[in-house]
Design a protein around this ligand. Sequence first.
Ligand code: S3P
Length: 424
Amino acid sequence: MHRRVARVSGSLQVPGDKSLSHRALIFAALGTGTSRVRGILESADVRATAGALRALGWSVPALGADMAIAGGGLHAHAHPETPMACENSGTTARLMSGVAAAQRTIATLDGDASLRRRPMRRISDPLARMGAGIAWMENEGTLPMQVTGGALHEVSWESPVASAQVKSAILLAGLCGGVTVRVREPQPSRDHTERMLQSLGAPLSHAGDWIVLEPSAALPPAEWDVPGDPSSAAFFAALAAGAASGSLTLTQVLLNPHRVGFLRALERMGVVFDVHNESQAGGEPVGDVVVHAGALRATTVDEQEIPSLIDELPMLAALGAIAEGDTVIRGAMELRSKESDRISVMVSNLRLAGVRAEELEDGMVISGPADLRDAPVATHGDHRIAMAFGVLGAITGLRFEVDQPEAVDVSYPSFWHDLARVTR
Ligand code: S3P
C-alpha cells in the first residue's frame, strides 16, 4: 500500500454542470424573447454547441458568466455552409442532430478523432424513422454524418441503450418538428431535458416507462442558474475521501437523483460526507457537499446503477487502487463508447502504475490497496482519464505523467489550478 499524503482543506465551487449548460444554451436559442443563463460551463464542449447553433442561424453570444440570449424560435435561420464542428463533444453531436433533423436544411456534423469513433446509429436510427435523411460521409455509423432535415412524423422509440443523449435527440427533434415523440429506455438516464422542458411549460408527461412529448408552438424565455457539475465535483470528492487528512466543501453541486451515483458508491466505501444548504436551482436540487478523509473499502457497482455514475467510473476505478479489497464495475459496456475506451484505458494505465487490474468485457476489477509507483499516463485525449490520475497522483504524492493535461479543457478548464489550490 502506498502512503496517502494529500491534506485537503477549504471549499471549492466547481464549474457549471456540462449537461445543463448544453441544454440551457439550446433551450435559450430555441425560445422566444431573451433568456438569461448564469454560471454556464465555459469549456470547449459547450462552445461546440454554441457554434453548432450559430451554424444553423441562431444568435448565441460568446460564453460568459451571465449571458443574455435572444431566442430565435424553433426553426433555423441559416443553412450551414461547412460541417458543424462538434469537436470532442458527444452531447453536441447527438443533441444537435436532433435539432437539425427537424430543420429544412442539410447539415453535416463532424467531430475530432475521438468523436469520429463514437457510435451514432443510436441517434440516426430514430431520426431516420422520424423521416430525416441520414448519410454517412466516411464510415457507416460514425461522424461525419449528413442530416437532411424536413417534415418529421411522430415516433415511439424504445432505445436499446440508457442514454440521455439519445433520449434528448428524439425529444428535440419532436419539439422542433412539431410532432409527438415517445421514448423508453432500458434504465432511466439523466432527466435534465425532461425537467427543463417541463419547467418551460412544454407538454411532457410520463406514461409508465414512456416519456411523451407533445407538440408546442413555441418555448418561452427562461432564466437558468447552472449549478456545479457533480461529475467534476466527483474528482474532488474522491480527493478528499482519499486524502491523509482534512475535509473539503464542494459548494452548490447539482444533486439530481440520476447524477449522485458516485456519492452513493463513496458511502458504501465508508466515506463520510454531509450535505448542507439544500435548495433548488433551475428546477434541479443542489447542495453543498462536505467530504471527509478516511478509510476506504472496495465496492461493487452493478448495471442498474451505471447511468447514475457513468462519467465518474474512471475516478472510481482509480480510487479502487487505494481501497481495501476488489472494486468491481459490471454492466458498464457503455464505458467503451465514451471519449476513449475507458475500460481498456483505465486498466492499462493502472497496471503501469503497479495496480492489479482486470479488464472485463463490460467492466473491470481493481484490487487494492496497490503498491503504486510513478508511471506515465496515456489519456488518449480523454479529460476524465487525465483528471482521475491527477487526483490519484495528488492523493499518493506519486508522479503520474499525464500525456495531455490540456484534455481537461472540454469539461473543466481550471481543473489543475483547482487541484493545486485545495491540496496546498
Ligand atoms: C450526457 C449523457 C451521458 C454522459 C455525457 C453527457 C448528456 O452520455 O456520459 O457525458 O448531457 O446527455 P449518454 O447519454 O450517451 O449516456
